[in-house]
Design a protein around this ligand. Structure first.
Ligand code: UT7
Length: 345
């Protein structure tokens, strides 16, 4: 995993908008998040995570057969981050695939990679999830200096008013990237991914989306879109919260059942980190003890396509992933896409 060094506490957020450490902790469980500095894209974060994953796997970039990059904040509208990442790793022919499934992007990437490995199409795949939400904010250098604790403020009334108008969304996101190297293995020892259940219900597309910028608007971009704030994500927070707390437990049960497993045989549930309260509710619904759950949203906020590799990496570092463990990944995000995947570690 790789997260930018800029830590933004809740107290710092409260200088940019009408919010408080108490509100953010109570409603989301988040204590701080990382933000990238201007000039660092989601791809740059992904490159660092990819390098670390390759090093951890003891592989050179040239030994990778396919790159898959999941993000909802690509460095450019097109081309996607996959090719940029490949080039940064010195690869000139390795195919690269881009996934844009927001918070479910990494989970979907795992399923795609697993299928490629199973079919024998590729033997080694590098999957990256990375986001730079900081780029969605309109703040100037002076305002970012307040965010990063380098200036005391106060910020301009206009910046504060903008922050306050978006405060429900502004406080939940954070930047970071994570990467997995997935490799086919010839011996069937029961280890690896057992399978995935993925779902999409596009009727909920407008619960979480960006209204402006896209071919639904002619022109694709216009000054008016920026003036009307239509380039900022719309989140119907309560509805997404309700959908997440019902759909995730249901798909976890279904996936376990499909593979002849149960909540009892499950070692660890790793959930998308959108809101600690969502994850606590899912844990309660499934009746899982604290030993079977691991969260790290407290330190990073919602890093969208990066949450699963970040939480997996830190669970592993904390000694919570042992050989033979049954691990379930689950996520839900804009689309609406959700699902679960089972891994025998
Ligand atoms: O990754 C998948 C995508 N995202 C999600 O899954 C997000 C899911 N939803 C959530 O996590 C929560 O709905 C939010 C954290 C986004 C919002 O929390 P909420 O408890 O649903 O708050 P709300 O938007 O319903 O607002 C409740 C009150 C409002 O005040 P009034 O109208 O009751 O006076 C808001 O203005 O809280 C106020 N509020 C805030 N106050 C202080 C909303 N955001 C803030 C804030 N600080 N940051």
């Amino acid at each position: 995993m790789f997260v930018p060094e800029g830590v933004v506490t809740n107290e710092r957020m409260s200088r940019l908008m009408d919010t408080s450490d108490e509100w953010i902790r109570q409603r989301t469980g988040i204590a701080e998040r990382r933000y990238a500095r201007a000039g660092t894209s989601s791809c740059d974060l992904g490159i660092e995570a990819a390098r670390r994953a390759l090093e951890d796997a003891g592989l050179e970039a040239g030994e990778i057969d396919l790159i898959v990059f999941a993000t909802m904040t690509p460095a450019h509208y097109f081309p996607g981050n996959g090719g940029l990442l490949a080039a940064a790793l010195g690869l000139h022919e390795t195919p690269a695939l881009d996934i844009r499934m927001q918070c479910a992007g990494f989970l979907s990437g795992l399923q795609v990679c697993d299928a490629f490995l199973r079919s024998g199409t590729y033997r080694r795949v590098l999957l990256v999830g990375g986001e730079c939400h900081a780029s969605l904010y309109p703040w100037s250098e002076a305002e970012w200096a307040v965010m990063f604790g380098e200036a005391e403020g106060p910020v301009s009334p206009a910046a504060y008013a903008w922050g306050t108008a978006q405060r429900d969304r502004a406080v939940i996101f954070g930047d970071g990237a994570g990467a997995f190297v997935l490799e086919a293995h010839d011996v069937d020892d029961g280890r690896g991914f057992l399978g995935f259940e993925m779902r999409t219900d596009g009727t909920h597309w407008d619960k979480l989306y960006v209204p402006g910028g896209g071919s639904a608007s002619f022109p694709y971009f216009s000054p008016e879109q920026f003036e009307d704030n239509r380039t900022v994500p719309v989140v119907e927070g309560r509805q997404v919260f309700r959908l997440a707390t019902t759909a995730m437990p249901a798909i976890v049960r279904e996936t376990l059942e499909k593979h002849g497993e149960s909540l009892e045989s499950l070692s660890l549930l790793l959930m998308h980190q959108a809101n600690l309260r969502i994850n606590e509710s899912v844990q309660k619904t499934l009746g899982l003890s604290d030993e079977k759950v691991f969260n790290n949203i407290q330190k990073y906020g919602n890093t969208t396509a990066a949450t699963l590799p970040l939480v997996f990496h830190e669970a592993k570092q904390a000694g919570r992933v042992k050989a033979g463990d049954l691990i379930c990944f689950t996520a839900l995000g804009a689309g609406l896409h959700w699902g679960a995947g089972l891994l025998r570690a």
